[in-house]
Design a binder for this molecule. Structure first.
Ligand code: OXD
Ligand code: MN
Length: 624
């Protein structure tokens, strides 16, 4: 077996770890490990099984290598990424391109030979003097038709520790793996004060032919935790060949008045309320970030690919986010990243309802108020994209179907964006096709701190998956449209926007209002309320929302607020259609249905504008 690397592996790996590797009886794994032991040249290799001692070993290594520091509360640790390594690096994330495979212009590609040469150059001897960790995980619940096995090689114990919280163990399952699996090779590179020193050589390169992703000279989890967004890209490619969907979506259960649950999936770009929606008090969470969706018996089923949350901590407070706040402030395993640690070992973050410490340590080193960077810009106490990593089972409202290998039946899909002036807070599409085109494929969002670059710019982000598209835009839209072909009972499709503002820039909705929007969608699934039909979809009736605001939030919902929030801003919608059409007209292979839907919507809007003017109040629309 694998004679090529056997001699090398015997030299580099001690007997105990070699036995763990060989017990998998998987030649592809052995060759993969052999290839990267040879290239990265580590001082030693640790092979992680699913056992508790192996998990504890990794946690210990993360602390002894100073990748994490212990905090005051038992089980809590803090991790810091380098000053310039605080978000996903879109610029240096590239597909290794071969042949005539199509990509969108929103992702980067590099010729495979030169890209591979470059990244292999960085990987050469990169682990000299370091320990290599070889780890096995499962994307999705164990023993499920949804799930995909994955092997991660890294020299960062923090990466493995994060993966341990975020993904199901996969060593035992690997013993039976015959089908294709995903491979990830990561090195944080040379460290200085426990952070990656050579961020100029930060690269994330994706090889779709070999289901492999390489990542070098970075620690930020979005660039390094292979099973997260790196695996999503591989999964989108796999799904496109096999007829299912890999989506940037939460999975959650929402109750009706009788306490019956229906499950929803929701796609929102980062920092648009996806995680906070998924963990809303009173409802049930299965996942907050990535879902695999499959058709079975004419219905849609979904699983959470993960079992933990790598969530944005900014603005998490005890009133608006009670569920997560509670879990983050009690004993239990949590990694806080890029927050401020005060002198007592207590984490502080922007928007925490607690006094600002007078000093502490953050991603810039020692910190006190007024600290500025080289350019004189203020260094905030915690980074805007600071995060927490926690197991979903630590949340009070975890759903009992989190580990169900069959997944849960999905009744609604929600597409949410950050939009200050165009779309209403909630709207249901007129049909599957109308929803996929005008809500999902036309999704835009204003940029945030979750990726490097300027904030507040409106960007096109279809299905909130633009950064991760491993296939051309036309093919991806088509996959979504055709997903309906076998469905007898297609989920309803909604758009959501929590960020509408008035002309003075003031938000029109409170953070907690999303609880009402969820309940309205739930009612629509039950067909227990009617709606008003507008040219862009179905909107709630005032009476239904007023009732929900009363029962869910104990708040009075003023008719004027309803009118302001749900009026149809026709010129803004036209401008959006123009932007979207321009993008799709410039792209190749777009299904004609997309243009037909947008054109039909445009005609309905023109008609409506003629009749009612530019801004149409909800009273003008008829009940369906
Ligand atoms: C995430 C992201 O971290 O989308 O989930 O950036
Ligand atoms: Mn995400």
């Amino acid at each position: 077996m694998s004679e090529n690397y056997m001699e090398l592996l015997k030299q580099k790996i001690d007997q105990e770890n070699l036995d763990k590797l060989l017990a998998l009886k998987n030649e592809e794994v052995i060759n993969f490990v052999g290839e990267y032991v040879e290239l990265c040249n580590p001082a030693s290799v640790f092979v992680r099984t699913d056992s508790e001692p192996d998990r504890a070993y990794i946690r210990g290594k993360s602390l002894s290598g100073n990748e994490e520091i212990p905090l005051k509360t038992k089980g809590h640790t803090a991790h810091f990424d380098g000053f310039f390594d605080q978000a996903r690096d879109k610029k240096n994330t590239k597909y290794l391109a071969v042949g005539d495979r199509k990509y969108t212009k929103y992702v980067n590609t590099v010729d495979k030979d030169s890209g591979l040469g470059e990244v292999r150059g960085y990987l050469k001897d990169i682990m000299q003097g370091k320990e290599m960790f070889v780890c096995f995980f499962c994307l999705g619940p164990a023993n499920s038709e949804f799930s995909i096995s994955a092997v991660q090689i890294t020299d960062s114990a923090y990466v493995v520790h994060s993966e341990d919280i975020l993904y199901r163990p996969g060593y035992e399952q690997f013993k039976g793996v015959k089908s294709e699996f995903f491979h990830f090779v990561h090195s944080a590179g040379e460290l200085e004060a426990a952070v990656s020193k050579n961020v100029d050589s930060r690269r994330v390169y994706i090889d779709l032919e070999n289901n492999t992703v390489f990542s070098t000279n970075t620690q930020y989890a979005g660039n390094t935790v292979g099973l997260k967004k790196l695996a999503l890209r591989l999964a989108i490619n796999k799904a496109s060949k096999e007829g299912w969907l890999a989506e940037h979506m939460f999975v959650m259960g929402v109750h009706n008045d009788q306490g019956e649950k229906a499950y929803f999936c929701g796609a929102y770009p980062s920092m648009c309320g996806k995680t906070s929606t998924a963990m809303i008090n009173g409802e049930k969470i299965i996942g907050d970030d990535i879902a695999y969706l499959r058709e079975r018996n004419g219905k849609v089923y979904a699983v959470n690919v993960e079992r933990g949350i790598f969530g944005i901590i900014k603005d998490v407070n005890s009133t608006d986010d009670a569920v997560i706040f509670n879990s983050l402030t009690k004993e239990g395993e949590v990694i806080f990243s890029n927050i401020l640690v005060d002198n007592d070992g207590v984490p502080f973050w922007l928007g925490k309802d607690a006094p600002l410490p007078s000093k502490g340590i953050n991603y810039s080193g020692d910190w006190s108020p007024g600290k500025v960077d080289d350019k004189g810009n203020e260094i905030t106490p915690s980074h805007k994209n600071a995060r927490y990593t926690i197991s979903i089972s630590a949340l009070d409202n975890v759903d009992e179907n989190l580990e169900n290998p069959d997944g849960v039946e999905i009744k609604g899909l929600v597409y949410g964006g950050r939009d200050s002036d165009t779309s209403s807070p909630i709207e249901q599409s007129l049909s599957w096709e109308h929803g996929i085109i005008t809500k999902a494929a036309a999704l835009e969002s204003e940029t945030t701190a979750a990726t490097l670059g300027k904030e507040g710019v409106r960007v096109f982000n279809p299905m909130s998956n633009i950064d991760f598209l491993a296939v051309g835009l036309g093919k991806y839209i088509d996959m979504n449209l055709r997903f309906k072909d076998k469905l007898k009972d297609a989920p309803l499709i909604f758009s959501a926007n929590y960020f509408l503002r008035d002309s003075d820039g003031k938000f029109l909705n409170a953070i907690e209002d999303k609880r009402v929007w969820l309940k309205w969608m739930r009612q629509r699934v039950d067909k227990s309320v009617k709606a008003l039909k507008t040219p862009t979809g179905f909107i709630p009736k005032y009476e239904d929302l007023a009732q929900l605001f009363k029962t869910v939030l104990n708040k009075e919902y003023k008719k004027d607020d309803y009118i302001e929030q749900f009026s149809l801003r026709i010129p803004k919608i036209f401008a959006k259609i123009e932007r979207i059409l321009k993008i799709y007209k410039e792209s190749e292979g777009i299904p004609s249905q997309l243009f037909d839907e947008l054109e039909a919507q445009g005609q309905r809007l023109s008609q409506c504008q003629k009749e009612f003017g530019d801004c149409v109040t909800p009273q003008s629309f008829k009940e369906e």
